[in-house]
Design a protein around this ligand. Sequence first.
Ligand code: 4AZ
Length: 249
Amino acid sequence: IVGGSFTPIESHPWVAAIFTQSSFLCGGSLIAPSWVLTAAHCFSYGDENQTEHLSVYLGKTAINDTDFDKEQSFIVEKLIVHQGYSDFTFNNDIALLKIRSKAGGCAEKSAFTRTVCLPPAHTQLPSGFQCSIAGFGKERYGAWTYSQLLKQAEVNLLSHTQCKSDLYYGDRITRNMFCAATPDWDADACKGDSGGPLVCEVSGRMFLFGVVSWGEDCAKRNKPGVYTQVTNYNTWIADKTGLSRYTEG
Ligand code: 4AZ
């Protein structure tokens, strides 16, 4: 995250940290006790062996410190990449991880870990609506390392029309994407925040509306962050996880 502020995991307890062979890979969001929603582009296409190298942590505020009193760790039982994901356009940049602890259990609710709600299908928020993003991604585009501590920032939703203008991203924005930025272009998701949450508060509850997907540079004028539109995937999520569509909200 560029700009924004450091934040404890208690403020974003659905944030998952995904590692591959002990290096940090991507963010994610806990949507059910054994399911993490993340971005498809975090994974290499067709590598059947990659799940055995993946691990997922919940309850983590510092990426390289272990706090056994707060964090929970998991192996990945199943990786489901959206069948329509394109590595060229980043359309359908969404994936699911089925997680399980070494003892066979799922995530346990605590002050540091809980699930985030999925919004009802096709819910639309108005442009300008303020939402928040969180992650361990780089604090500047050219930084050598990821943020050691979890960060968050407030960003405003942009209209599809604006984001599809030539000045922004033109036709690279599909209907499965939306954009968010700050009025001064001073806060944004960045490398390493991919797969992590964009959440918006509606009627006093936090809902997962976006998955950090891509963008040109970070916090760059006229180049907003691009997010996967989670509300287009309620049926896909329900089908793949077997979770009822009626548990949403
Ligand atoms: C990345 O490379 C990335 N500014 C993620 C988000 C953004 C840019 C790059 C948005 O993972």
